[in-house]
Design a protein. Sequence first.
Length: 241
Amino acid sequence: MVICKAKDYKELSRKAANIISAQVILKPDCVLGLATGSSPIGTYEELIQWNKRGDLDFSAVTTVNLDEYKGLSPENDQSYRYFMNTNLFNHVNIDKSRTFVPDGLEPDAEKACKDYDAIVEKVGGIDLQLLGLGHNGHIGFNEPADAFTPCTNCVDLTASTIEANKRFFESEADVPRQAYTMGIGTIMRAKKIVVVVSGQDKAEILKKVVDGPITPQVPASVLQLHPDVTIVADEAAAALL
Ligand code: GLP
């Protein structure tokens, strides 16, 4: 694991965007695995600026997102498809037909997960996967569990994740209780992984992820086994490393 420390969120975002940008420059038709949550927003803002300046071309890029709430439509402003459109896709020259997010409106969980795995396989796997980190160590929506999930699965969100994500909804009752998420296996098959971690409230979990035992109870700890992981953390998040 490479730990790349940044002084603050702005610098963290620039560093992460630089790594993604290098990937797109080296392989213009690459497949980017993308994440939602507040952590990558600054990274997307940088990428948008560089694209507008003409320094970064998304025209041949394909993207696959990590996860989506079950039951939310793409038009719902809390859906992750909506998040990606408003925080990145609407502002860069990407072909939206090559941007993929699990289908939150598919009620048949088995079908939704199988279909999404087929998409990831069809696009040829992920060149670079961007990740945020949940307070309980989740990546995507892979919550602490007894085993690592091999492929896309439907998860029951934990109370702590519902609590953490309620800030985006009108009330806690509005937070969906389930989500479709790429599995840990899918994430681990990405050639390169970049994790963005910001803030003091992530310091303890980041320490466990980097230095603790590898266990599905801390899903991101599995990243210790990946050959090419870069953690970009600001000083507050990296305080215990
Ligand atoms: C959500 C997302 C994750 C994200 C996590 C952390 O649960 N499914 O992909 O990494 O939240 O979010 P934040 O970056 O806002 O702390």
